[in-house]
Ligand binder design. Structure first.
Ligand code: COA
Length: 332
């Protein structure tokens, strides 16, 4: 009987190097409060956000991704041509096709790498890590570049009170490659019926069929998403700790998606993380950058000296879909 040969990779994969880029422009709460009848005080109290970083008009989501990726390659000590797979998580690449990943690969000097985008919104980075880990350990890929990049400001309606004031622009990238020791725990992931909770205002077909349809922008049912994130996501995060054979006491850092400081704090409490755990709170300065928010918050913890290479970090992304993904990783 003819048998198909399959690949077999190294036993473990790890995060090898991190790079990030934030939008160049600091946007204050006062800058966004006017059109939504809000205030600096309300936004800070309800979300923790003091500023969000937004990209200049001429900076594209691909530009942000390229900046982050170049730094990730340097940090990992890897040449662009060694990358054999590019995974680009985004919901703000302005063209449905082609995907952003092949162009990013071409810019980085890996023009023949397998390259594809993931649409998993604020969970996109953790979805990417799950796939990179599996690709490396299966022997299908050796070095995978995972990028979460968003130019949310392109899809913001300044008069929308539900989500626009939360959003910032940025990118975070890591190289995932082979490892001698376990460094990425199993991913606990899933989805839930809730397409209407975080969504675009209109589909492209509505725009095509009715010329008076406004340009599609993001909206959400804030309270519904808030409750889902605060009450259901701690369970997923706790399962990721358990799946990695760990307890909360083994975790050095908690780096959740940066949606709302109150969600972050409630999650940490419900998971039962010790007070000594460093918590990613980059939302305060960078806002909610969807797929970029976890790597951005990771970089911030490094910069502030709150984590070091090898620390075990619990990361969890959650958002539009609804979708979520959590895993414990050893920091690069
Ligand atoms: C959006 C969010 C900040 C709103 O905060 P909230 O505490 O839930 O606010 P509520 O909707 O309960 O509204 C409370 C009050 O503030 C008012 N309000 C709502 N949005 C406001 C805004 N942007 N500025 C000022 N006031 C606002 C409401 O009108 C309401 O007033 P009332 O008490 O007089 O009726 C919060 O729900 C949230 O962060 N949700 C999900 C997180 C997220 O970012 N999801 C994205 C995908 S992960």
């Amino acid at each position: 009987m003819t048998v198909i040969r399959t690949t077999k990779g190294p036993e473990y994969a790890r995060l090898m190097g991190l790079g990030v880029a934030r939008g160049e422009v600091t946007v204050t709460n006062d800058d966004v409060a006017g059109p939504i009848d809000s205030s600096d005080e309300w936004i800070q109290q309800r979300t923790g956000i003091v500023t969000r970083m937004r990209a200049k008009p001429e900076t594209s989501v691909l530009d942000l991704a390229e900046r982050a990726s170049r730094d990730a390659l340097i940090a990992a000590g890897i040449e662009g041509r060694a990358i054999d797979t590019v995974i680009f998580s985004t919901i703000t690449h302005p063209q449905m096709t082609p995907a952003a990943a092949p162009e990013l690969g071409a810019r980085l000097g890996c023009p023949t790498a397998a390259a594809f985008d993931i649409s998993a919104a604020c969970a996109g980075y953790c979805y990417g890590i799950a796939q990179a880990d599996a690709l490396v350990r299966s022997g299908q890929s050796t070095y995978v570049l995972v990028v979460g990049a968003e130019k949310m400001s392109d899809f913001v309606d300044p008069t929308d009170r539900s989500i626009s004031f939360l959003l910032g622009d940025g990118a975070g990238a890591v190289v995932v490659g082979p490892s001698d020791a376990p460094a990425i725990g199993p991913t606990v992931w899933g989805s839930k019926d809730g397409a209407e909770f975080v969504r675009m205002t209109h589909s492209w077909l509505e725009v095509r069929d009715d010329p008076t349809t406004p340009f599609p922008t993001l909206v959400q049912e804030g309270q519904t998403v808030f409750k889902w994130a605060s009450f259901e996501m701690p369970d997923a995060a706790a399962k990721a700790i358990e799946a990695a054979g760990l307890t909360p006491a083994d975790i050095q850092a908690f780096i959740p998606h940066q949606a709302n400081i109150r969600i972050i704090d409630q999650m940490a409490k419900r998971i039962g993380l010790p007070d000594t755990v460093a918590i990613g709170r980059d939302i305060v300065d960078s806002g909610n950058t969807s797929a970029a928010s976890i790597p951005l918050a990771t970089e911030r913890l490094f910069r502030d000296g709150q984590v070091k290479s090898g620390d075990l970090a619990l990361q969890i992304g959650f958002g539009a879909g609804l979708v979520f993904a959590a895993q414990v990783v050893a920091l690069p």
